[in-house]
Design a protein around this ligand. Sequence first.
Ligand code: C2E
Ligand code: MG
Ligand code: MG
Length: 674
Amino acid sequence: MATTLMRNTAPREHPGRYYGFMAAVAVGAVVIAALTAAQAGSPDTGWFSAPFALWLTAGLALFAELRPARWAGLGMSPIAMISLTYVYSTMVTWGFVPALIVQSAAMMLLYVQLGASLWRSVFNLSQIGIALCAAWWTWTGIAGGEWTASLTQVAGLLAAGMVWSVVSTAQVSLAMKMRAGGSWADHFWAWFRSEWALRATLTAISPLLAVAASTSWWLVAVSAIPIFSVYRILQTAARREEQAERDPLTGLLNRKGFQQAVEAKLVDAGETNTAVTVMILDLDRFADVNSALGHDVGDKLLLELADRFLADKPLGKQIARLGGDEFAFAWSELDGMTDPLECAREIRARLDKAIVIDDVSIEIDGSVGIVVYPDDGKDFQTLFRHADIAMDESKKRAGSYARYAPEFDHHSPERLILLGDLRRALDHPDAPGVNLFYQPQVCLATGEVIGAEALLRYHHPERGMVNPAEIIETAEHSSVMRMLTERVVDIALRQLRCWNDAGYRLRMAVNVSVRDLQSPEFTDYLTERMDAYGVDASRLQLEITESALMADPRRVVDNVQCLSDLGLGISLDDFGTGFSSMQHLRRLPVTEIKIDKMFVTTLIDDPDNAAIVSSTIDLGRALDVAVVAEGVEDEKVRKQLEDWGCHAGQGWHFAKPMSADDFDRWLHLHRGNS
Ligand code: C2E
Ligand code: MG
Ligand code: MG
C-alpha cells in the first residue's frame, strides 16, 4: 500500500477509464479554479506590492518541499506536505490565486523529486487544486474578508483545512478504487485514519502563521522554528522506521525491508503485466570462515561482499541481507531487468575473485535460487519460499544457480497428498495400487534373456498411473521411501522365485534410492527376504543412480560395500548423466555399468553420443565390468551395440516394461522364437 500514491503505472483493467478519470479531474480543476479565481478577484494587498512577510511565507512553502519530509506513519502517502500550512495562511492573508500558485509550485517541486510521471503530477496538482478551491469556498462562506484573526476567521480557517483534506482524500480514494479495487469508503477511511493527526497539526499551525504573516516578516521567520521542529520530528521518525528495515552490519535492507520493497514491486508489476525476479544467494561454508578465522573476519567478508554487490552496476534495485550468510536481490522488468538467468550469473560473477582480509585470501562460493513473478508465485511469501527451495536445489546439485520448478518442492500440497495416499497403499501388504512391471534385459550376442529390471508402477485411485520418477522424488525425503523399497524388494524377490520355479534362470535388477543406501538396516532386510524366498544373492542386481551417491558418499559407499560382500551385483544406473561417474567406478564395487538411454537412443544419428557409448563399452571392458545399454529402441542400435561388444541391452526394441503375467507370456514366445 505504501507506494500507491507514488506509482507511475496505470491499472491493467480499464486503463482507459482510469486515465479518463484523471483527465476529468484535470479539466474540472481548470474550470473550478478559473471560476474561483474570478470570484476571489485580485488580492487586496496587490500582486507585487504585497508586504515582504507574505513573500517570505510563499518562499518558505517552497523551501519546505526542497527536501520533503518523509511521513513515517505512512498509510498511503509517504510525504508530509509541510508546505500546506503556508498555503493555508497565504490563502487567508494574500488571497486565493497567490495560494494556488504557491501550492502548485511547492507540489511541482515535490513531484519532480519523487520522479512522478507527467500524468500523475498533473492529476495530483489538479486534485489538490480542487481541494484548495473547496477550502477557499469554506473559508469565504464562514468568514472571509481581511485577516484579523477573529474567532470566526480562525474557525473558518480550521474548517477550510479540514475540507481541503476531505476533498483531496475523496478524489484520491476514487483513483485508488479504480486502481486496486475495493470500496471507496474503505480507501477513504484507511487514508483518513493514517493522515488525520498530521493534517490536523498542519491546519492548526496555519492561523498562527497567518497572524505572523499579517504582522511582520520576522514573526514569520520565528514561526518557521516550530514548523521546522515538526519537520525534524517527522524526519527522525522516518529515519528510525528506515533503520528498522536495514541490516545494521551492511546497511543493506533486512528481511522486513526487502519484503516491503518487493511487495511494492509486485503491485506495480501486477498492474503493468510485467515480471519481477527475486533471488536468494546462500554462501557455501561461511560457518567454516567464522569458526576458523573468527567472527570479525566473517563480518568483514560480508561487508566486502555487500560492497561488491553495490559497486559499479548495483545488482538489482533491492539488495538485502537476510541474516547470516544469505543475501536477496530483486529486479523488475520496470527497472530494466530482462533475463533472470543473466542476473544470476552477474551475482555469481561477483563471487569469482577471492576476498583478501588481513592478508588471508578467502575463496567464496554460493548457490542462487531464482523465482520469477508471476510464473513462480503471485505473492511475496510464495515467491520467497520457492526461491529458498530453488536455492536448496542448486546447492544439492552443486550447481551455481537454479530456477524454481514445482518438482523441487517436496512439500507442495499435491505431493503431500500423494505421499499420504502412497503410505496408505503401503500400510497393508495386500492393499492394491503398488506393483511392479518388468522389462527384459537381453544378451546382445546370443539374444538370450538374461534377466529383468523391476520398475515401480503405482496406480493412484484418482490420478491413475503416476510417473515413477515423481513418486521416488516425493517419497525419497520421507520414511515412506523405506516402506516403498521394502515392498518393491519383496515383490521382486517373490517374482524371481516364481521364475526360478518355472525353470527360468533369470536375474532381477531392482532400483534403490539414496535413502535406502544410507541405512545399514536395508542390508539386513534384503538378507532376510532373500532367505525367506530362497533366492541366491547372485541373482539380484541393485541399480544405483549417481544422484544417490552424491548425498552422503562415505555412508553410502560403506553400505554398498556390505551389499556387494553378500554377493549381490552392483549396477551403476544412468551412467554418464552425473558429475562423477568415473570416481564412483573407482570407489564402488561395481559389477555393471548401465549406459543412460539419453546416449543410446540417438547414437545412430548423433556422432557425439555414439562416441560416448562406444568408449563406455571400451571402459567396461578395460575394467572388467559388464555393460548394459538402456533405451535400445530399434534394430540398428541393437546391431551397433553388439558390434561394439556391449553385453546386454534393454529397451522398447525387445519389450516395454510389462506386468508379471505379460512378461511370462512374452518370455514364452521369445524362447520359442530364439
Ligand atoms: P531407470 O532405472 O533408468 O529405468 C529405465 C527407465 O527407462 C524406465 O522408466 C523405463 O520404462 C524406461 N525405458 C525402458 N526402455 C526404454 C526405451 O527403449 N526408450 C525409452 N525412452 N525409455 C525406456 P520408468 O519405468 O518410468 O522409471 C523411471 C525411473 O524411476 C527409473 O529409471 C528409476 O530411476 C526410477 N524407478 C523406477 N522404479 C523404481 C523403484 O522401484 N525404486 C526406485 N528407487 N526407483 C525406481
Ligand atoms: Mg534402473
Ligand atoms: Mg537408467
